[in-house]
Design a protein around this ligand. Structure first.
Ligand code: NAD
Length: 254
């Protein structure tokens, strides 16, 4: 088990799904965790879960699209050891069915949100000469995804932001990486499934697109985040780590 004892972490979008699992995993590994979400009730639920198991957590409401609010939050917290930019939204549509407003909304959360929050917290890490920033990309940041144009663009951009920022700050002691999960069973995916007339058939179809025949669990993504947050990943920066049951390994066709 990797230890995060004595480390402070902030996780955005930690009121649900993958972010909540990361916050719980980090707290269980000894970190004190700032749980951030735009939905206060969801975020507080994660804090309550962590405290119920003896962990240390506090909730701060933040909309990651609001640059000034991100700066303000950074000003009220001690410098962080670990920042996880996990908050994200989905969108269904092709180039023709996606409006420019849709594109702006998805980019403002999934890309500009990471830009805003990292700009707010990175200087404190640089001053201390250490830190780990973990951005949530997606398998859709490594390859195209049908009918998810805005989402896939945003996640390709997250991979690009991660690589560029990692290079720019590689000599500061701060490491910047991203995770590229395949489909993971969370409220995010459940909302998509609920749109199909036959939810069970859609679920089976989603699983069948995975090389290993199943979707991931939030805890499986959190385990990778724990590695990137820990000192054991000290030589890892600028990486885009696929955690996708083989989804992006190849087509699987023969
Ligand atoms: N579930 C998957 O299959 C999957 C796959 C690959 C990548 N991802 C990525 O993982 C991340 C988490 O996904 P999830 O499935 O856990 O989603 P989720 O919808 O369950 O949780 C996302 C959380 O982000 C919060 N959030 C949304 N907009 C916000 C904003 N502007 N400011 C602050 N918080 C905000 C939501 O309130 C929610 O609590 C996302 O970035 C998503 O794109 C998910």
């Amino acid at each position: 088990m990797f230890s995060l004892a004595q480390k402070s972490a902030l996780v955005t979008g930690a009121g649900s799904g993958i972010g909540a699992a990361i916050a719980r995993t980090f707290a269980a590994a000894g970190a004190s965790v700032v749980v951030v979400d735009v939905h206060a009730d969801h975020g507080q639920r994660t804090v309550d879960e962590i405290r119920a198991t003896g962990g240390t957590a506090e909730f701060r409401r933040l909309d990651v699209t609001e640059e000034a609010a991100c700066q303000e939050l950074a000003g009220t917290l001690p410098p962080l050891d670990i920042l996880v930019n996990n908050a994200g939204i989905g969108h269904v549509g092709t180039l023709l069915t996606t409006t420019s407003a849709d594109l702006d909304r998805v980019l403002s959360v999934n890309l500009r949100g990471i830009f805003n929050v990292t700009k707010a917290f990175l200087p404190g890490m640089i001053v201390r000469g250490k830190g780990s920033v973990i951005n949530m990309a997606s398998s859709a940041g490594l390859e195209g995804l049908k009918d998810r144009l805005a989402y896939a663009i945003s996640k390709h951009a997250v991979v690009g932001l991660t690589r560029c920022a990692a290079l720019d700050h590689a000599r500061t002691g701060v490491r910047i990486n991203c995770l590229c999960p395949g489909r993971v069973e969370t409220p995010f995916v459940e909302a998509r499934l609920a749109e199909y007339p036959d939810r069970e058939a859609a679920y089976r179809e989603m699983c069948s697109t995975q090389a290993n025949g199943r979707m991931g669990k939030s805890e499986e993504i959190a385990a990778a985040a724990l590695y990137l947050a820990s000192d054991e990943s000290s030589f890892v920066t600028g990486s885009a780590l696929a955690i996708d049951g083989g989804m992006t390994a190849g087509s699987g066709r023969f």
